[in-house]
Design a protein around this ligand. Structure first.
Ligand SMILES: [Mn+2]
Length: 413
């Protein structure tokens, strides 16, 4: 998958965030309960994975910059006998050190005593802790808990959150990351083509979805997010995931899906006529969205402010809707288009980064304009995963049928 050298190069950048006489902490996170005695499969916190490549729960990465010297320690949970017998997981300090390239690896019981903050002269003045929190509640994740405990016991310490700096690092991809994204997009493409070959009226949405899932499993890939397979009026529900409606001839189906490969996501949306041919109205509206997408793709290159792409798509689609007589004034498009035009993509499908950034080479994001007409039972979204290149962009999901002609020709066999 991704090399230890990649993670080492990320730690070199991380090191620059820390000022002298400070420490940095990044937590892997904990296993989460699913139901009964089952746990959710563990995925390490993205910034922890980015810096270490280590994938076991409870681990902590610590960096110390003290009187001009820098060192790193990775604390890992003690691998117990049960884990070894039941899950086949076994590792030692030495094997983890060899795998990750982090010289000093210690078991977690050494964590507190290894922090050169406690029981020492007051040399360390700053702690850099990576704290991300998505839910609006007061439950604490391990990073927050640690920050709160340090703050209450050592009020003279200044705590900084490194989440934003790491987000800015993650928004520009390395060649290795791009290769993983590329592979995720290839598998997604194979999955969509397989599904499209088998799509026909009378099927349930979940049956179409099953053809996509087969290709992912067949390639040993995971899902970047739950698949949306929304036919007819369901396509107007942005995050519809029930996928249990029976499709009729004359319906369109909106797919929003993506494979994940080596932790990196792909994210693609397509809207197809279930019976293989668009009606006149479907075709007209579909081409409005496609023009909106293509206009933004055409402007995607280094130097372009990212947040303008939304307005570019919106402006083109509004003009086209006026031509069709669907709206009179440009602003009325807000009635039919009510989400953002895309997002960064990376370790998260909706990845971190600065939405107001000026585009740079090797950034990756999606563009996904849409139009939704509940009264017509029509919802259309077309989304591609893009890589910014030196002088433009590359559409990594570009070989998935997208124009009316490509779609109808492919579906005709
Ligand atoms: Mn998306």
């Amino acid at each position: 998958m991704i090399s230890p050298e990649f993670h080492r190069s990320r730690r070199e950048l991380y090191r620059e965030i820390l000022q002298d006489n400070s420490m940095g902490f990044v937590f892997a996170g904990e296993l989460k309960e699913d139901r009964g005695d089952q746990m959710f499969p563990f995925t390490p916190y993205a910034n922890f994975y980015y810096l270490t490549g280590f994938e076991q729960p409870k681990a902590v990465f610590m960096a110390v910059k003290e009187e001009g010297k820098y060192r790193e320690v990775l604390f890992i949970d003690h691998p117990d006998e049960k884990k070894q017998r039941w899950e086949g997981i076994s590792y030692t300090k030495e094997s983890v050190s060899a795998e990750t390239g982090i010289e000093q690896v210690e078991y977690l019981e050494k964590f507190m005593e290894s922090i050169p903050l406690f029981g020492r002269k007051n040399l360390i003045e700053h702690l850099y802790i990576d704290i991300a929190k998505w839910e609006n509640n007061f439950t604490q994740n391990p990073a927050q808990e640690f920050a709160a405990r340090v703050q209450s016991n050592y009020p003279y310490i200044r705590i900084h959150n490194t989440f934003w700096q790491l987000s800015l690092m993650r928004q520009v991809k390395t060649k290795e990351e791009i290769a993983l994204h590329r592979k995720a997009c290839q598998i997604t493409s194979a999955g969509v083509l397989h599904m499209l070959k088998n799509l026909k009226p009378g099927m349930y949405e979940y049956q179409a979805e099953a053809y996509f899932d087969f290709v992912l499993k067949d390639n040993n890939a995971g899902h970047a997010f739950p698949t949306i397979a929304a036919s007819g009026p369901n396509a107007c529900v942005l995050h519809y995931v029930a996928n249990d409606r029976q499709m009729a001839d004359g319906d369109m189906i909106l797919f929003d899906l993506g494979a994940e490969w080596g932790h990196y996501a792909s994210d693609v949306s397509r809207t197809y006529p279930v019976g293989g041919r668009f009606t006149k109205q479907q075709r007209e509206l579909y081409e409005v969205v496609l023009k909106g997408l293509e206009a933004a793709i055409a402007r995607t290159r280094p130097g372009q402010p990212k947040d303008e792409l939304q307005e570019i798509s919106k402006g083109v689609m509004a003009e086209e809707l006026i031509k069709l007589g669907m709206i009179q004034e440009k602003e009325e498009i807000a009635q039919y288009y009510y989400h953002g035009s895309g997002h960064y993509i990376g370790l998260y499908t909706h990845d971190v980064g600065d939405e107001h950034a000026v585009l740079e080479e090797d950034m990756m994001f999606t563009l996904e304009p849409g139009l939704y007409f509940p009264e017509l039972g029509i919802g259309i979204r077309i989304e591609d995963t893009l890589l910014v290149t030196r002088d433009g962009c590359q559409v990594l999901s570009g070989d998935i049928p997208k124009t009316v002609e490509e779609i109808e020709a492919f579906m005709a066999g």
